[in-house]
Design a protein around this ligand. Structure first.
Ligand code: 8YV
Length: 329
């Protein structure tokens, strides 16, 4: 009897979903969420035929050095800046992501952040919890309406479009900037108008970042870009830390050259720049835009589907649906 191929899952996910692998694979699931050192990661990958990993697992040429049997790295996320795609392609290893299943949850959460910043929700809650609420003052905690304000979106992929579609209900016109403008029908579908990056920075009242982190987009919003924004504007980042220069952002917020920010992602997370922690005009959350039970289960399911299909199982046998480097298939 031949051994079943082996799959390693780098974190606890949804056991009922992972169970779909069990008839076909020997599955090892890490019992605890933890950050592996690069050498631990290399040791875990060695001897595996497939791995299901996440953002905290940085995988490049060094980590697959001893992973001679590895055929697929299934990433639990749409963003895959944790994986060196060129190194995987050079080694003939397929990489999949979880595109699409998280669009709507991430878009919902983006609006929670946007509204939270506009209405100062987390600062007001901190104040209430600290016992400061003695009387309901007519002019306390005034926020700003979003109605009639311009929503700007930098990076108009599927998540950006899901965010834009929701703007109609809030009465906000939408402008966006993307490397490639959307086809007209898609622009109409989300009521958005393409502008250049300068115009986007100058005209947005709320600027949402929804672009991937690459060498080209690192610090796409730094001191220079922040200086072009309105002092009344607010920045919302649900994409990746590293796209924003957090130190420059904290300075702009402290000096009130920018009215507010709402951030779900940070440079060097889980560490957060101390200057951001000291500010009251910023809403902070620990990278949870896709964190609903439904979506995280669906993301797990997509990773499982890709592993199954890669090894000829399931309805998409031989055609794993989310491969980012299909040339290796
Ligand atoms: C994370 C994300 O993957 O999809 C992405 O790109 O950033 C998130 O959904 C999530 O935190 C799981 O680790």
């Amino acid at each position: 009897m031949t051994d079943k191929p082996r799959v390693w899952v780098s974190r606890p996910t949804f056991p009922g979903v992972i169970a779909r692998l069990e008839p076909h694979f020997q599955v090892t699931v890490e019992a605890e969420e933890r950050k592996f050192s690069q050498s631990e990661l290399a040791a875990r990958l060695a001897g595996q035929d497939a791995v299901i990993v996440g953002l905290k697992d940085r995988i490049g040429a060094a980590e697959i050095g001893a992973a001679e049997r590895l055929r697929i790295v299934a990433n639990l996320g749409v963003g895959y800046d944790n994986i060196d795609l060129d190194a995987m392609s050079a080694a003939g290893i397929a990489v999949s992501n979880t595109a699409d299943v998280l669009n709507e949850s991430v878009a919902d959460y983006t609006w929670a952040l946007l509204l939270g910043a506009a209405r100062r929700m987390s600062a007001a809650e901190r104040w209430l919890r600290a016992g400061h609420w003695q009387a309901t003052e007519f002019k306390a905690w005034l926020g700003t309406d979003v109605r009639g304000r311009t929503l700007g979106i930098l990076g108009m992929g599927r998540i950006g479009q899901a965010i834009a579609r929701r703007a109609l209900g809030f009465g906000m016109p939408v402008i966006y900037h993307n490397r490639t403008p959307l086809p007209e029908a898609d622009e109409r579908g989300c009521n958005a108008r393409h502008v250049d990056k300068q115009q986007l920075l100058r005209e947005s009242d709320f600027l949402v970042l929804a672009l991937p982190l690459t060498t080209q987009t690192r610090h796409a919003v730094g001191a220079v870009e922040l200086a072009q924004m309105k002092p009344t504007a607010m920045l919302i980042n649900i994409a990746r830390g590293g796209i924003v220069d957090d130190a420059a952002l904290a300075t702009a917020l402290r000096e009130r050259r920018l009215a507010g920010a709402a951030l779900d992602v940070f440079e060097g997370e889980p560490k957060v720049h101390p200057a951001l922690l000291a500010l009251d005009n910023v809403v902070l959350s620990p990278h949870i835009a896709s964190a609903t039970t439904e979506t995280r289960r669906a993301m797990t399911s997509v990773a499982v589907d890709n592993v199954l299909a890669m090894f000829g199982h399931g309805p998409q046998a031989g055609r794993p649906p989310n491969i980012l480097n299909p040339n290796v298939l």
